[in-house]
Write a protein that binds this ligand. Structure first.
Ligand code: PMP
Ligand code: GLU
Length: 397
């Protein structure tokens, strides 16, 4: 009998974090690994945000905060939702958590009963599926591909809904595809959802500020559906604050209250100092994020141009986030020495060992034909990483 619970035994390790860990270990052994694995900005947190954290320490903002978050921050988040997304949330409808990852876990664990179905378009962010598993829900995936720009159609959504469907979880901009849903595409999905009164939707908008296509569109903007949408966002990506661990939601009051109750038993309020730092980020004009976004766009264009020179790699042009999700299935069935490439995991291991470049295999995101390439690193490293990939892939016959 296992000493550990079935729950933990059945849980898969986060593949994004596992690959990042592996890269760090190899780097610590002196290997020259370029890591395109973890999705995090390489920029420093802006100075005015760091200053706010220092002030918070000096002003002794060091005690437990309300479980749902410091009121001033919740007010600022409500204003942010109004200012940037034209969403109407009261501070009571905002819950601040230890990263958007906890926000997602709070919602999924609060809404999903064992046996209920959760629709998740492929490719999905790794942690959705495992959190649904923890809630003993059943994941129902919807396939997409490079050809559909990794987006689902209203017809596909309709077909996936059954009497057991409770929730839909998706991200826009999407991790890992970088696809961004337009207002009319979101409206078409909302028109389907409205017909099912017991269906809820998590709109994960953590990459809102990293958008190369124009304005960000929120699912909750449609009044006819906003009492069934939970908007997830945070400061990790847009403000280069991954380590501060602050995420938040805007939700119908009863869902916000459930998340508060859940969080009250797990972690209590998020770090007080990080909340004071996040307050400055949320209050700031979006323009503080523009410089980083523009750098990401340059890196995206550079990466796409260079990846095009590698035979057999098919990509979309991602409109947001900092990932490219190339279809690499051309290499399946090819070999080099002891490497026989059958799937995306084989290819990512090959690229790590033969190319000293760490990427995350697509199967972690539900699409085994692809591999995730993060371009959130300096241009010269991107150039070198793609050169290594090209050289390694050329060995496969
Ligand atoms: N959602 C998506 C789509 C993400 O890529 C991430 C990145 N980790 C998160 C949520 C969680 O972000 P956080 O760092 O705020 O926990
Ligand atoms: N969201 C990032 C990624 O997908 C961070 C790692 C994680 O939390 O999974 O790489």
């Amino acid at each position: 009998m296992s000493k550990l619970s079935d729950r933990i035994n059945n849980l898969a390790e986060s593949q994004t974090l596992a690959m990042a860990k592996k890269s760090r270990e190899l780097q610590a052994q002196g290997k020259d690994i370029i890591s395109l694995s973890i999705g995090e900005p390489d920029f420093d947190t802006p100075q005015f945000i760091k200053d706010a954290a220092k002030r918070a320490i000096d002003n002794n903002v060091t005690r437990y905060t309300p479980v749902s978050g410091i009121l001033e921050l919740r007010k600022a988040v409500a204003q942010k939702f109004k200012r940037d997304n034209n969403l109407n949330y009261t501070p009571e409808q905002i819950i601040v958590s230890t990263g958007a990852k906890q926000s997602l876990a709070n919602i999924i664990l609060s809404l999903v009963n064992p046996g209920e179905e959760v629709i998740v378009p492929i490719p999905y962010w790794v942690s959705y599926i495992e959190t649904i598993k923890l809630a003993e829900g059943i994941t129902v995936t919807i396939p997409t591909s490079v050809e559909s720009n990794f987006k689902i159609s209203p017809e596909q959504l309709k077909k996936a809904i059954t009497p057991k469907t409770k929730l839909i979880v998706f991200s826009t901009p999407c991790n890992p595809s970088g696809s961004v849903y337009s207002k009319s595409e979101l409206k078409a999905l909302a028109d389907v959802i409205i017909k099912y009164p017991d269906l809820y939707i998590i709109s994960d908008e953590i990459y809102e500020h990293i958008n190369f296509a124009g304005g960000h569109e929120s699912m909750a903007q449609f009044d006819f559906i906003n009492d069934r949408v939970i908007t997830v966002n945070g400061v990790s990506k847009g403000f280069a604050m991954t380590g501060w661990r602050i995420g938040f939601i805007g939700a119908p009051l009863w869902i916000a209250q459930a998340c508060e109750k859940m969080q009250g038993q797990f972690t209590s309020g998020a770090c007080s100092i990080s909340q004071m730092a996040a307050l400055e980020a949320v209050k700031a004009d979006q323009s503080v994020t523009f410089g980083m976004r523009d750098s990401f766009k340059k890196r995206r264009d550079l990466s796409l141009a260079l990846l095009k020179e590698i035979p057999g790699i098919k990509t979309t042009v991602p409109d947001g986030a900092f990932y490219i999700f190339p279809d690499i299935s051309y290499y399946f069935g090819k070999s080099y020495n002891n490497y026989h490439i059958k799937n995306s995991s084989d290819l990512s291991l090959f690229l790590l060992e033969e190319g000293n470049t760490a990427l995350v295999s697509g199967d972690a995101f539900g699409d085994d034909n692809c591999i995730r390439f993060s371009f959130a690193i300096a241009e010269e490293k991107l150039i070198e990483a793609i050169r290594r990939m090209k050289e390694a892939l050329a060995k496969l016959r």
